[in-house]
Structure formats: C-alpha cells, structure tokens
Design a protein around this ligand. Structure first.
Ligand code: G4P
Length: 277
C-alpha cells in the first residue's frame, strides 16, 4: 500500500492551527478507541503547548472495554491530560466533555469569557458526530468516507463554551505499514487509497492472534485459519464470495471482512494495546 504523509496538506494545516491556537483554552483530541496511538496526530501535540487537553477515545462501543480502560490509564499519566471513553452518539457521555472543559479552566467568568475549545482529530474518528450530539442537531455532516467533513468555524453553545473547528485536515501520520494498515481497516483512509486484500490479510492476521474466538464465531469456522490469507479464503467460501470455477474472490471477501470490522459487527475489538507501544 502506498504510504503517504501528505506533506503539502500538513504544512498548510500546521500554519492554520498555529494561527488559531493562541485563542484556544482547551484542546479536545478525538481518537478512535480501537487504535488510539495510530489515530493521533503528532502535529497537534506539538502545537498545543501546555494547554489542557482531553483525549476522547471515541467509538468505544466497538472497542474491547478492557483495553479501553488500559488506554485511559495510559493517557492520564500525562500532565494536563484527561481521557474519556465514549460513543459519540450518546448525549450523556458527550456532554461530559463540556463539564470537563470547564473544570480544566477554573476561576473563569464563563458569561464574559467563554471557554474556547478546539475539537481536533484525523478524518473519520467521529468529530462531526460528537459535535452534532453536543449541539443537539445536525450542524455538521457525518459520513463514513474519510475527509469529507464540513462544519462551521465556531459554535457558541451558550453555556460558557465555544467549540472551534480545527482549520485544515489533520491527516494521520502513516509512520509504518503496521499503523497504516490498521488505520485503513478502521476506515480512516479513503477506500481509493488502499488495497482491500492487502489490508484485510494484514488485519486478519493481526486479529487471529487476539480475537480468534470472535472470528470463529462470526464466520462459523470449525478450525482457526493459519494466517490472514487462509482467513479471507475461509470467509469467502462461507459467504459465497466466489469467482467462476469456485475460487474465492479475495477482493470481495476482503471488502466484506473490512466492512464488518468497520461496523463493529464482529465484536468488541481493539486493534492496539498500550503495552505494545
Ligand atoms: P469525522 O467528522 O471525524 O470525519 O467523523 P464522522 O463524525 O463523520 O464519523 C464517521 C463515521 O463514524 C460515521 O459513520 C459515524 O456515524 C461513525 N461514528 C462516529 N462516532 C461513532 C461512535 O462513537 N460509535 C460508532 N459506532 N460509530 C461512530 P457513517 O456510517 O458514515 O454514518 P451514519 O451512517 O452512522 O450516519
């Protein structure tokens, strides 16, 4: 798979974020709870300085709850950082961010000087969904296609908090094949930029060692496949992804597997663990 850090875009995003950052009180970084490290953007950490930061482990409804708890502990070790796990569609959970933003900026007359909060994150982690839930109506467009979010620049919640959009698109930093493949499997990379069989085989292999029971159950397998390719072949045969002559259509099987993984129907799966960092 082609690994690219989009240097031109990142340069523009860096300049735009650096311009806005002085007016920001709290940075909320939305991460994918299933892969919190790979869904971070290092640029944001560099530019946020010592501002308080909330790491939102979003899509926690699809992640392995035990691993999510470990991630919360991992992130909270950092000074000035709070971590929250949630499903962005859950209003009660989403509103905890607002309460926490106020707690992190004490001694403030919110009426005269609302807390300015930057909501940031790589495409497809759920920023629009989260903002829509907090605001209580659809003001940003959510879509499961990386990088097509459009939203207004500032949203005054009229409760002492103003949400600010991150200027520019924060692409994920694809440092290595491992992170790139897992990001692609999570839906953070545009479909056109990835090879389905390659990503599915890599991710399948990764998951065979971690969640063998979930895979066996979902695809009604009698034996655990030896590797990612064998898993795709088994899925293809079970689900009728075949070409003429009875061979497995690897592309179709890969598409099906990645769609089910992205939608969380295989089970509660975390793709990264803190101890493997
Ligand atoms: P972005 O602004 O960061 O780019 O992400 P966006 O909100 O557009 O969300 C991307 C996809 O992830 C959407 O799926 C959205 O519904 C889904 N999503 C966001 N947060 C959560 C969450 O906490 N849990 C789960 N399970 N899904 C989440 P979609 O299929 O394109 O949209 P829709 O069909 O759900 O409307």
């Amino acid at each position: 798979m082609d690994i690219n850090w989009f240097p031109g875009h990142m340069h523009k995003a860096r300049q735009a974020i650096a311009r806005v950052m002085p007016s920001i009180d709290v940075v909320v970084e939305v991460l994918d709870a299933r892969l919190p490290l790979s869904s971070q953007n290092p640029l944001l950490h560099e530019l946020k300085g010592d501002r308080p930061c909330i790491r939102v482990l979003n899509k926690a409804d699809m992640a392995d709850p035990r691993i999510t708890t470990e991630w919360i502990g991992y992130f909270q070790r950092e000074k000035g950082v709070k971590a929250l796990a949630m499903c962005a569609k859950n209003k009660k959970e989403a509103m905890k961010i607002i309460g926490l933003c106020k707690k992190m900026t004490p001694k403030r007359d919110y009426l005269f000087k609302p807390v300015r909060v930057m909501m940031a994150g790589i495409p497809n982690v759920g920023k629009s969904t989260l903002i829509n839930t907090i605001v209580g109506r659809e003001i940003t467009k959510a879509a499961n296609q990386a990088a097509i979010t459009r939203k207004p620049k500032h949203i005054d919640l009229k409760n002492g908090v103003v949400l600010s959009d991150t200027p520019g698109i924060l692409w994920p930093k694809l440092q290595d094949k491992h992170g790139a493949f897992l990001l692609a499997a999570s839906g953070a990379i545009r479909d056109t930029a990835m090879s389905y069989p390659e990503v599915a085989m890599y991710t399948g292999n990764h998951l065979l060692g971690r969640y063998p029971d979930l895979l066996m159950q979902r695809y009604k397998l009698k034996e655990l496949p030896a590797d990612g390719l064998a898993l795709l072949e088994a899925i293809g045969r079970k689900r009728g992804c075949l070409v003429r002559g009875g061979e497995v259509d690897l592309h179709k099987a890969a598409e099906l597997f990645l769609r089910e993984l992205k939608n969380g129907v295989i089970g509660h799966i975390s793709l990264e663990r803190p101890q493997e960092r």
